[in-house]
Design a protein around this ligand. Structure first.
Ligand code: PLP
Length: 395
C-alpha cells in the first residue's frame, strides 16, 4: 500500500470507450490523417441560436451566481410543462432535478441503490456507464440481453425473469444506445404490469433519446404509468435533442422519497448547474422547435443512407434503427472480431466507429456507427470501409 493506493470501488470503475476513440481520432487528425468520425454520440449540429442568445443574455443580466441545487424554478416549471404537453403526464416541478448532464442522473440513481449484495438489471448491449457505476458501488450487475431478433427492443418477460429477492433497481433505455432500438408500448405495458406488485424495486428509465424516433413512432414514456410513479426515476436532458452535449444540462424526475437525497447529493458534489445554461434550457423548451424537427429530418435521411450502404458490405447486415442516431450492424459473417475491426477501420481506413463489446458482452459481432455526421461523410466513410474490407482479410 502506498499513499496513492485508492480505496472503495475505484479499481472497478469503468469508462466510456467512445471518449478514447474520440481522443485517438483527434490525435490521428492532428497528424494530418483524414479521419471521418462516426464514433462519438453527439449531434453534429450547432445549438440553435436562440438558445445560445438566451445564455448570453442571462450572463449580461447578471445570472452568474449559484442557483438552488435543484435548479431554478422557471426551468423546472418549463420541464414540467414540456412533460405535460408531450406525454400528458402531470409532474410537479418539485419532483424535477436539473442535473449537469443526463449522465449524472444514472450516477445518482445507481449510487442510491447500489451496494454489495444488491442486484441491478441493465441493458446489454447498453450505455457503458450503467455497468461501470453498478460495479463501482459493489452491487452485482445483471445484464438484460437486448437482441437483434427482437429488433433490439427489451423483452419484458426476460427482464422480469431476471428479478430476484436482491433486485433493487431496473434500468431501461428506449430509444436505445447503441442499437437504435425502440421498445414497443405492449412490451413496456407488460414490464410495468409485472412490476406493480414489486414496490421494493425502483426503475430508472433513460429517455434521453425520447424526441429521436422515426416513421411517426411515438415515444412511450414511463411517466405515463402512474402505478409505478412512487419508485420511478426518469433520466432526460438537453444534450441530444437540442445539440447541447457540451452544455452539460440534464433533467430528471424523482419520486418524493428520493428527491431530497438527490438534492443533498447535488449540494455535496456540484452545488448547482451552470446558471446561464439553465436559462438557455428554458429557451430550448419554450422557444421554437423547428431546429429539432430539421435535425431529425437530416438524421432520418442519413439513417436510410447508412443502412442501405452498410447492407451492401460483404458479411454485414444492418437492421433499420427506429430511434436515436446509431446504426448497429451485425458483422458476424465478416470473420472480424468487433473491436479489432473498429480499431483497424480507424487506423487503416480513417473511419472512427465503436466496437460492440464496448457496450457489453452481447455487443460482440456488432459495431456502432453514429450517423451524426454529414450524408457526404457517411457515404465516404462507408466507401472506405468497403475498400478496406475488400482488401484486408479478417485476421
Ligand atoms: N444515456 C444514454 C443512453 C446516452 O447515450 C447518453 C450519452 O451518450 C447519456 C445518457 C448521457 O447524456 P449526457 O451527455 O447528457 O450526459
Amino acid at each position: 500500500m502506498t499513499a496513492l493506493t485508492t480505496i472503495s470501488g475505484f479499481d472497478r470503475i469503468g469508462e466510456e470507450n467512445a471518449f478514447a476513440v474520440l481522443a485517438r481520432a483527434t490525435a490521428l487528425a492532428a497528424e494530418g490523417k483524414d479521419i471521418i468520425n462516426l464514433g462519438i454520440g453527439q449531434p453534429d449540429f450547432k445549438t440553435p441560436d436562440h438558445i445560445v442568445e438566451a445564455a448570453i443574455k442571462a450572463l449580461r443580466d447578471g445570472h452568474h451566481g449559484y442557483t438552488p441545487a435543484t435548479g431554478i424554478l422557471p426551468l423546472r416549471e418549463a420541464v414540467a410543462a414540456d412533460i405535460h404537453q408531450r406525454y400528458d403526464a402531470t409532474v410537479s416541478p418539485d419532483n424535477i432535478m436539473i442535473m449537469p448532464g443526463g449522465k449524472v442522473t444514472m450516477y445518482a440513481a445507481i449510487l442510491l441503490f447500489g451496494q454489495p449484495g444488491a442486484e441491478i438489471l441493465y441493458p446489454d448491449p447498453g450505455f457503458p456507464i450503467y455497468r461501470s457505476m453498478i460495479e463501482f458501488t459493489g452491487a452485482t450487475p445483471i445484464p438484460v440481453p437486448i437482441r437483434e431478433e427482437n429488433s433490439f427492443a427489451f423483452s419484458a418477460e426476460e427482464t422480469l425473469s431476471l428479478i430476484t429477492d436482491k433486485t433493487r433497481l431496473i434500468i431501461i433505455n428506449s430509444p436505445a444506445n447503441p442499437t437504435g432500438g425502440v421498445t414497443p408500448k405492449a412490451e413496456i405495458d407488460a414490464l410495468v404490469a409485472g412490476l406493480v406488485n414489486r414496490p421494493d424495486i425502483a426503475i430508472m428509465s433513460d429517455e434521453i433519446y425520447d424526441r429521436m424516433t422515426y416513421d411517426g413512432e411515438q415515444h412511450v414514456s414511463l411517466l405515463g404509468y402512474p402505478e409505478i410513479r412512487d419508485r420511478l426515476i426518469v433520466l432526460n436532458g438537453w444534450s441530444k435533442t437540442y445539440a447541447m452535449t457540451g452544455w452539460r444540462m440534464g433533467w430528471s424526475v424523482w419520486p418524493d422519497a428520493l428527491y431530497d437525497k438527490v438534492r443533498k447529493l447535488a449540494v455535496n458534489a456540484w452545488s448547482c448547474v451552470n446558471a446561464p445554461a439553465q436559462y438557455a434550457g428554458i429557451a430550448a423548451l419554450t422557444g421554437p422547435q423547428d431546429a429539432v424537427a430539421e435535425m431529425m429530418t437530416a438524421f432520418d435521411h442519413r439513417r436510410h443512407i447508412v443502412v442501405e450502404r452498410l447492407n451492401q458490405l460483404p458479411g454485414v447486415s444492418c437492421a433499420v434503427p427506429k430511434g436515436a442516431f446509431y446504426a448497429f450492424p451485425n458483422i458476424k459473417q465478416t470473420g472480424w472480431r468487433a473491436k479489432q475491426l473498429a480499431s483497424a477501420l480507424l487506423e487503416e481506413a480513417g473511419v472512427a466507429t465503436i466496437g460492440g463489446p464496448d457496450f457489453g458482452i452481447l455487443g460482440e459481432g456488432y459495431i456502432r456507427l453514429s450517423y451524426a455526421n454529414s450524408a457526404e461523410n457517411i457515404e465516404r466513410a462507408i466507401t472506405r470501409m468497403a475498400d478496406f474490407m475488400e482488401q484486408t482479410k479478417a485476421p
